[in-house]
Design a protein. Structure first.
Ligand SMILES: *[C@@H]1O[C@H](CO)[C@@H](O)[C@H](O)[C@H]1NC(C)=O
Ligand SMILES: *[C@@H]1O[C@H](CO)[C@@H](O)[C@H](O)[C@H]1NC(C)=O
Ligand SMILES: *[C@@H]1O[C@H](CO)[C@@H](O)[C@H](O)[C@H]1NC(C)=O
Ligand SMILES: *[C@@H]1O[C@H](CO)[C@@H](O)[C@H](O)[C@H]1NC(C)=O
Ligand SMILES: *[C@@H]1O[C@H](CO)[C@@H](O)[C@H](O)[C@H]1NC(C)=O
Ligand SMILES: *[C@@H]1O[C@H](CO)[C@@H](O)[C@H](O)[C@H]1NC(C)=O
Ligand SMILES: *[C@@H]1O[C@H](CO)[C@@H](O)[C@H](O)[C@H]1NC(C)=O
Ligand SMILES: *[C@@H]1O[C@H](CO)[C@@H](O)[C@H](O)[C@H]1NC(C)=O
Ligand SMILES: *[C@@H]1O[C@H](CO)[C@@H](O)[C@H](O)[C@H]1NC(C)=O
Length: 474
């Protein structure tokens, strides 16, 4: 066993490809000009370079910014786009050599037309992760009416990867979420249709980071685009799913569905969802706050005409945000650049009391608004990002206002932000299966708390591993 690992690591060091480095040692070096403009200490320079190289080693083969798949086809530009949901480019069979996917799955990628918050058209990218065999449901038909080899569709909304072109899950080896979401879903027989969210993947498009209703547009239009491309294979019926930023997006999708119903919608799984985001941020661990607020400032800047990010961010933040864009860095780089270890230097005091902050809350908040059920909300009680009490308030408000709507709320004791996907995996997989099987959820709200049967202290708290690329495969 030791020998196998040693020889694997030896081989990786000589790989020609941009294979996962065993050391994650950086080969990219910041220029003196970049270092000065962003006021980086020597230690921080090392951390940023390390994080950047780590991110780059996680891209599937080519870096997103050098992968021609993400370029718009000839003759198409952002100002002459066809209607929402139109397909612009299809990679029928993605070369999965540089991805770290479970064996037997296959993958496609496509570019399609999505919709910004104000209704303008925008190009977005997406992938489909196909199972070896679809899960079979009695009576499930494809969009074209086929009854065999019909893949039930999940419209998946991913968690935070970052906010530049390089952060597109469709070009990340493990697709972001890996066994928490897309791998498990596809291995259970669902076709996972996953948008990258507008601005990720596509060059020079501002990312409306954490503008959840805009991401929800991306989810619906990606599903429609995929259905138009593979009408014989994909079901008309679909369930929306998502965790974290994606959980907030999924809830926003259920609210969109109440206003703009899309045929085929069967319900929403919202896992550790962001609801009242400013309240979540108040409860968040300090290490997470800066990166989230900097991200939202950039996202809001892209959708709110009278807002510029510097209304919330200090000059040093603005300089580092510029560096993040120049490096095409994602969350790992941003975590270094905006690390709270450097003190409280990034956010202007009172940023969250500004008019823009209340506009953000009014327009982006989930909960207390009409939604299309059924919806399953799953939440860990030890979540340090989407705070449990905040989610509970959103669920309560919603249940009080819409007491007959179908909302099931499962809380898992002692479980954190991402681990909720594992703690409640049996619950959410069963719930999704019931939607396609036509099982009716009871009317109204249901609430349940689950906990570990064995000693809580014996339960693994969080994931302390990543998937390592193995160029040989087995
Ligand atoms: C990075 O590389 C340098 C020089 O090759 C080496 O001294 C250092 O130990 C490496 N760091 C890590 C984390 O491997
Ligand atoms: C891996 O890290 C080492 C040490 O910094 C470096 O020499 C090598 O070029 C890196 N390999 C890749 C593929 O990035
Ligand atoms: C740059 O960083 C140093 C400490 O590393 C700090 O003393 C100085 O105030 C910073 N300058 C600006 C403009 O933020
Ligand atoms: C976009 O396409 C339209 C119509 O084809 C064309 O008139 C316009 O010049 C193009 N814009 C850019 C920036 O290429
Ligand atoms: C996929 O990419 C690998 C590495 O570049 C290459 O060897 C292989 O031929 C490609 N497969 C197909 C089907 O193009
Ligand atoms: C709509 O939003 C997009 C980006 O989100 C922006 O480029 C465009 O100018 C906006 N259009 C209007 C009419 O406000
Ligand atoms: C900025 O625009 C929003 C949306 O149009 C509006 O609600 C808000 O009052 C404006 N803020 C200021 C300071 O003008
Ligand atoms: C703004 O942040 C401060 C300090 O973090 C907090 O005390 C206050 O309640 C927040 N205000 C809102 C509206 O969230
Ligand atoms: C939510 O509602 C339940 C049942 O009505 C109640 O016991 C609980 O205190 C409420 N929680 C919050 C945070 O409002």
């Amino acid at each position: 066993m030791l020998l196998r690992i040693a020889s694997l690591f030896g081989a990786l060091a000589y790989a020609q490809l941009q294979s996962q480095n065993t050391t994650f040692n950086s080969s990219y070096h910041l220029t003196p000009k970049q270092i000065q403009a962003a006021n980086l200490s020597t230690a921080l320079v090392g951390q940023v370079e390390l994080a950047l190289n780590f991110e780059r080693s996680n891209n599937a083969g080519s870096l997103t910014q050098f992968d021609p798949f993400y370029d718009l086809p000839n003759g198409v530009n952002q100002s002459n786009l066809p209607p929402y949901g139109s397909i612009l480019k299809v990679e029928q069979y993605t070369n999965t050599t540089y991805y770290t996917l479970p064996a037997t799955l296959s993958m496609s990628r496509f570019l399609y037309v999505s919709e910004t918050l104000n209704g303008s058209r925008v190009v977005s990218s997406a992938y489909v992760l196909w199972p070896y065999q679809p899960r079979k449901f009695r009576g499930l038909r494809s969009c074209s009416g086929a009854t065999t080899n019909v893949f039930p569709v999940l419209g998946q909304a991913h968690g935070t990867t970052g906010q530049t072109q390089a952060c597109a899950p469709s070009n990340i080896r493990s697709l972001s979420g890996a066994y928490d979401e897309p791998f498990t879903m596809a291995l259970n027989g669902y076709a996972v249709v996953a948008t990258d969210y507008a601005g990720l993947g596509i060059p020079q498009t501002p990312t409306p980071y954490f503008i959840l209703p805009a991401h929800a547009n991306d989810v619906f239009h990606a599903v429609a685009a995929a259905q138009s491309q593979w009408p014989d294979l994909l079901s008309k019926q679909f369930v929306v799913t998502g965790q974290s930023q994606g959980g907030g997006t999924a809830w926003a999708a259920a609210q969109r569905q109440a206003k703009r119903p899309v045929p085929g919608y069967l319900g929403t799984l919202a896992a550790s969802p962001f609801t009242n985001i400013l309240a979540d941020i108040n409860g968040e661990d300090a290490t997470q706050v800066n990166i989230r607020v900097v991200g939202i400032a950039q996202g809001l800047n892209s959708v709110l005409a009278n807002f510029t990010a510097n209304q919330w961010l200090t000059p040093i933040s603005m300089a580092r945000l510029a560096l993040l864009k120049e490096l095409v860095g994602c969350s790992a780089v941003a975590n270094q650049l905006f690390s709270s270890k450097q003190g409280n230097i990034f956010l202007r005091p009172g940023w969250n009391e500004t008019e823009a902050a209340s506009w953000y809350t009014r327009n982006v908040q989930n909960g207390g608004k009409p939604f299309a059920g059924p919806m399953l909300v799953i939440q860990g009680t030890s979540d340090g990002n989407a705070i449990e009490s905040v989610t509970t308030v959103a669920v309560n408000q919603t249940c009080q206002m819409y007491p007959r709507n179908r909302l099931r709320y499962i809380r898992a004791t002692g479980v954190g932000h991402n681990p909720i996907m594992q703690a409640a995996q049996v619950d959410w997989l069963d719930w999704i299966k019931d939607r396609f099987a036509g099982v009716r959820e009871p009317e109204g709200c249901q609430s349940e708390t689950i906990g570990p049967v064995r000693a809580a202290s014996s339960v693994v708290k969080g994931q302390n591993w990543i998937i390592l690329y193995d160029q040989f495969g087995i």
